[in-house]
Ligand binder design. Structure first.
Ligand SMILES: [Fe+2]
Length: 509
């Protein structure tokens, strides 16, 4: 319920009021208005006008008391309103009676509030989808037509025991949001769960399950083989995205990685409207209700008015835009390479220093050290073509950590995008075996790196070739097979296998 004009501007009410009125919605369907006067008055009252209604819709409501009307004198006053019209706007004046029973008006300018429309149902307008996969966790995300609270019902597939998990870690249910991210934890490894969103409608005080049960499966360290897709730089081309998700059977993957720049530009809309329109709805239709959608932020998700709404949709249980997870013998590290706009650049030293500290903690963890393979997933990689400020920053903060040659810390692969051209540089080689330079463009690398960098294509005025590409990642016990495919024709562009020591075997035919 929106409350307006809480403080009149041209007539200070503070000479008569020591506390401005508060409007509280109570169940079932009544409103309590409370205020405090600066001096003692008999019972207070209000004159209530429904805006836009005929002149006779004016009511005086007085405070009720167990004793007689004039017995009470005090500073605190409250009235209870019932029978209000759904969706109507109201204005009210505060009243008091003086010693001889005359009604006095305490303020000149009315206060106002909007009464909710109980006939408008809260509905899911996006999702649900699953993200932040892990061996013991998963997050469920959706969006509603009206602000509401959120929970998720979850049960192990094939069982009846339902656990209801509320949104938020504070134990306080927030009811003011359109976006809902519920982090499920304490799940069992490699196990299928059914889930359904639950909407908490603060107008009725009721939890209502919304939609059918869906199923996801947690990741497992024991998994011997998995399949994932990586895509980046679709730039809002929903048609191409749908074709690629269909062609490469995203629904049968263990997870799908989006490498950022999934939106057309940095012209962000409030409440992440453009993220939903440009790739999330399409992803939900094709796979993301059951297969985790793993997102890393691109520079186009990172800049522009309302860009902060990105984190309303995509954030880890720790509240970060970077995260890591284990699948089989592989550790996936999803990094946030930030933006290239000056306004955001000023925020970066602190942001990247924190992210670096987080990565160090991740790499020190048991889950990371016991993995045989480590894959970095990022929008702008440490090395690319052309080599810009964003790449240089990635090297500055992460290169030493990604370049560790010890078996328990070695990265074998970095998947990226950003440059909009297909690129593959094997570990230690210093040149790309697969590149689409622009005329006159010189490839340059700042440092030696011990992991293979593979970058997807993107829209670019070259020859229209390889503008939409998909990288398929098949993890096995002793190697990872990485195949880059043309998203439009299905043609194989590149194929390699990498072993745990980082050695690359060419598979291209
Ligand atoms: Fe891009």
């Amino acid at each position: 319920m929106a409350e307006r004009n809480s403080k009149p501007s041209d007539c200070s009410p503070l000479t008569e009021l020591s506390k401005l009125p508060q409007v509280r919605l109570e169940d079932p369907r009544q409103v309590v208005i409370m205020w405090q006067t600066a001096r003692s008055w008999p019972l207070g009252g209000i004159r209530l006008v429904r805006k836009g209604a005929p002149d006779d819709d004016v009511r005086e409501i007085w405070m009720e008391h167990d004793d007689e009307l004039h017995y009470y004198r005090g500073y605190d006053h409250w009235v209870t309103l019932t029978g209000l019209a759904d969706g109507a706007s109201y204005e009210y004046l505060l009243l008091a009676r003086d010693a001889d029973g005359q009604v006095r008006q305490l303020v000149e300018t009315p206060f106002a509030f909007d009464y909710p429309d109980y006939h408008v149902k809260v509905e899911i307008t996006g999702g649900p989808f699953v993200t932040n996969p892990g061996t013991a966790c998963m997050s469920v995300v959706w969006r509603t037509s009206l602000p509401s609270g959120a929970a998720v019902d979850v049960r192990k597939t094939g069982t009846d025991e339902v656990r209801r998990v509320l949104r938020g870690d504070t134990g306080i249910l927030s009811v003011h949001d359109l976006h809902h991210v519920v982090h499920l934890t304490r799940l069992e490894e490699g196990t299928s769960y059914d889930y359904r969103p639950v909407i908490f409608d603060s107008r009725t005080g009721a939890f209502l399950p919304a939609g059918e049960w869906r199923t996801f499966t947690t990741l497992s360290k024991a998994k011997k083989r998995f399949r994932a897709l990586y895509m980046a730089d679709l730039h809002g081309d929903r048609l191409k995205l749908a074709q690629m998700l269909e062609r490469f059977d995203a629904a049968s993957c263990d997870f799908v990685l989006y490498g950022g720049d999934m939106v057309w530009s940095a012209m962000h809309a409030p409440e992440a409207e453009n993220l939903w329109d440009e790739f999330i709805h399409t992803s939900v239709e094709h796979f993301a209700t059951t297969v985790p959608m793993v997102m890393v932020r691109g520079n186009h998700e990172g800049g522009g008015l309302y860009a902060d709404s990105y984190a309303k949709v995509f954030h880890s249980p720790e509240g970060n835009t970077y995260h890591a997870f284990r699948c089989g013998d592989f550790l996936f590290v999803c990094l946030d390479s930030g933006d290239i706009c000056p306004a955001e650049r000023d925020c970066f030293p602190e942001f990247f220093a924190r992210q670096r500290e987080w990565l160090k903690r991740v790499l020190d963890s048991e889950e990371a050290r016991t993995a045989r393979f480590r894959i970095a997933v990022v929008h702008a990689p440490t090395h690319g073509m052309p080599d810009g400020e964003i790449n240089e920053r990635m090297r500055r903060y992460f290169l030493d950590l990604l370049n560790d040659p010890s078996p328990e810390r070695r990265f074998q692969l970095c998947l990226g995008g950003h440059d909009h051209r297909c690129f593959r540089c094997n570990a230690g080689e210093g040149f790309s075996r697969l590149a689409q330079p622009l005329p006159g463009e010189v490839m340059k690398f700042g440092d030696v790196f011990l992991y293979t960098v593979m970058l997807n294509g993107g829209p670019l005025p070259l020859d229209g070739k390889w503008e939409y590409t998909v990288t398929e990642i098949i993890g096995a016990e002793d190697k990872v097979q990485v195949t880059m495919l043309d998203g439009v024709t299905g043609e194989q562009i590149d194929a390699i296998a990498i072993d745990a020591a980082g050695k690359v075997t060419e598979l291209a035919t």
